[in-house]
Write a protein that binds this ligand. Sequence first.
Ligand code: ATP
Length: 354
Amino acid sequence: MNILVLPGDGIGTEITDATLRVLHAVNANHELGLVFEFADIGFAALAKTGTTLPDEVLARARECDGILLGPISHLDYPARDKGGVNVSAAFRVKLDLYANVRPARTRPGLGRGHAAMDLVIMRECTEGFYPDRNMHAGSGEFMPTPDIAMSLRKITRHACERIARRAFDLARRRQKQKRVTAVHKANNFILTDGLFLEVTRTVAREYPDIELEEIIVDAMAARLVRDPGRFDVVLATNFYADILSDLASELSGSLGLAGSINAGETRCAAQAQHGSAPDIAGRDIANPTSLILSAAMLLEWLAEHRGLRAGEKAARSIHNAIDSALAEPKERTHDLGGPLGTRAFAERVVGRLA
Ligand code: ATP
């Protein structure tokens, strides 16, 4: 199986190196047969080719079995016509990786609240409030005068339906509370969130064994802090889910623990939930757990969708190794109050894989 590795910007190279150490180890231990190929995106690609996302990279991504996608410093990119393409958005939209699956789980001794949590946020990521992906041509953000800025939000029945189905399928597979919490603000966004809710309720009828609950997004933020343990699968449109997942992962201990995949029907990219963290780049202090866990999720996806033998087992060994390392305060990275740097933490995880 071919895995395309795209280190990206900021802490990207460091957390990708750390993740590859772990992937090389499980590749050998479980005879996965993973073959890694590398390409530049972001500033490295801009310097060489004049764009942050060369066409060949996207073409290669279409051909390979899985993608390890590093973080990008999109905020610092030049304008689109000067080569500054939002790589993350382009992957999600052009490869139709519509489901951004974002787990958040507390571990012993970690977590900012007193309550345990084990939830997954199912985020739709191809439409919504994001101006770079909700228009056929042009941008969804515009200024009619220098003093007025406007933004459009796109919500479609098609996108709501497929992400809702993903959420209910996941709730069924997880065998936990068997509940999907749909997050909305239909009291204000009557048409857009109204459509999201209507479609979600229709899909819910196909899953009589799963409870559907509906919560307004502002109340959800408060409930997440007060009682995170009561949530199982959280379903939300793009922007709400993006914000709530940062909250959930920080509640679980750190943004650095936040793994995720972007998955479509036939393709999948592992990507940490956080950004490129330029404030800590190049110092060997970033927590690579997020990308390592994302890689484990990719292995699970490859097992299910591409028949990767031992993919599930290899992923489980990564989860166990991470849990075991994080259980020791002296085996943690700086963001969790520990003494270890990025490389040293990855070595501890590798040491625990066997
Ligand atoms: P970007 O513009 O790429 O989104 P950002 O710094 O605005 O970058 P994040 O990268 O998500 O946003 O970082 C938010 C904060 O969390 C930063 O202070 C960053 O240092 C910290 N952070 C993010 N990822 C990690 C990580 N893996 N390990 C430790 N700290 C992290």
